[in-house]
Design a protein around this ligand. Structure first.
Ligand code: SAM
Length: 275
């Protein structure tokens, strides 16, 4: 049965999509999980009523969360994705031939199960032999890791429920410890229109821990406000100073080496936020 789904992005504003039918709905141990088929964006994964990914625009987020840190690192071999149970970030990580092992730590096994069923072009890479999938808490995994990863990506939900801890300073300190001596991490840090405090606070926490900190953005039509931010913390390598020869060819639809640099050119109101 057709209906209009609205994600309330604030108490006064939302984004609406026409839904052809609901493919799955379930209250998991962690969150409300829905997969719906939309007319405009194909199958859409919703967690607690928030859009996580859609078949049509997922490439923007997954390419940008992955390729910016992975091209910044000279030879990423060991990569961790925290959250990201839809598999999109892992799919992009595997495009880098230097990667020997990609670990996914997703707290909710149901996200993995239903992404594989209803979002196979996104989740298919989770079955690759270089991938280890762990169903568990990313916060605990980080607390138990030391000097292990070249790149860590935090592909989490917004700071609600089990993801609240993933936006705290103690978590970023743990990430610093879990990274090797020239490691890099990136976190999705929501949007600067409705979540300006979050963008500001995460940036300031990361800046106190990492030698290099930068913010970059991309455009995602189905995410609140469309303008999305990512915060990078790096021990050594500067994402704005990547040698030309490091940009080997990979198939992408959004990321380019020119955009790698351009994405760090921020609108003035965003620069003002993180000053
Ligand atoms: N790209 C999306 C976005 O920005 O809206 C997020 C993708 S979604 C697949 C994020 C995942 O993080 C969810 O599946 C959720 O279950 C997972 N998650 C939340 N808290 C977590 C935690 N503490 N440890 C591991 N995974 C967590």
């Amino acid at each position: 049965m057709e209906f209009w789904f609205t994600e309330k992005q604030t108490d006064k504003f939302g984004i609406t999509a026409k839904v052809k039918r609901t493919l799955h709905t379930e209250k998991t141990d962690y969150q409300q999980l829905d997969v719906v088929e939309t007319e405009e964006f194909g199958n859409m994964l919703l967690l607690d009523g928030m859009v996580m990914t859609t078949e049509r625009d997922e490439f923007v987020y997954h390419e940008m969360v992955t390729h910016v840190p992975l091209f910044t690192h000279p030879e990423p071999k060991s990569v961790l994705v925290v959250g990201g149970g839809d598999g999109g970030a892992i799919r992009e990580v595997l495009k880098h031939p230097s990667v020997e092992k990609a670990t996914l730590v997703e707290i909710d096994g149901k996200v993995i199960e239903y992404s594989k069923k209803y979002l196979p072009t996104i989740a298919g890479a989770l079955d690759d032999e270089r991938v280890e999938v762990k169903v568990g808490d990313g916060f605990m995994h980080i607390a138990e890791s030391e000097n292990e990863y070249d790149v860590i990506m935090v592909d989490s939900t917004e700071p609600v429920g089990p993801a609240v801890k993933l936006f705290e300073k103690g978590f970023y300190e743990g990430i610093y410890k879990a990274l090797k001596e020239d490691g890099i991490f990136v976190a999705q840090t929501d949007n600067p229109w409705f979540q300006s405090e979050l963008v500001k606070n995460v940036y300031s926490d990361v800046k106190e821990i990492f030698q290099v900190t930068s913010l970059y953005t991309c455009n995602i039509p189905t995410y609140p406000s469309g303008l999305w931010t990512f915060t990078i913390g790096s021990k050594k390598h500067d994402p704005l100073n990547v040698p030309e020869e490091r940009f080997h060819h990979i198939e992408t639809k959004y990321y380019t080496k020119e955009l790698h640099t351009a994405a760090f050119a921020l609108p003035k109101f965003v620069t003002d936020l993180i000053k």
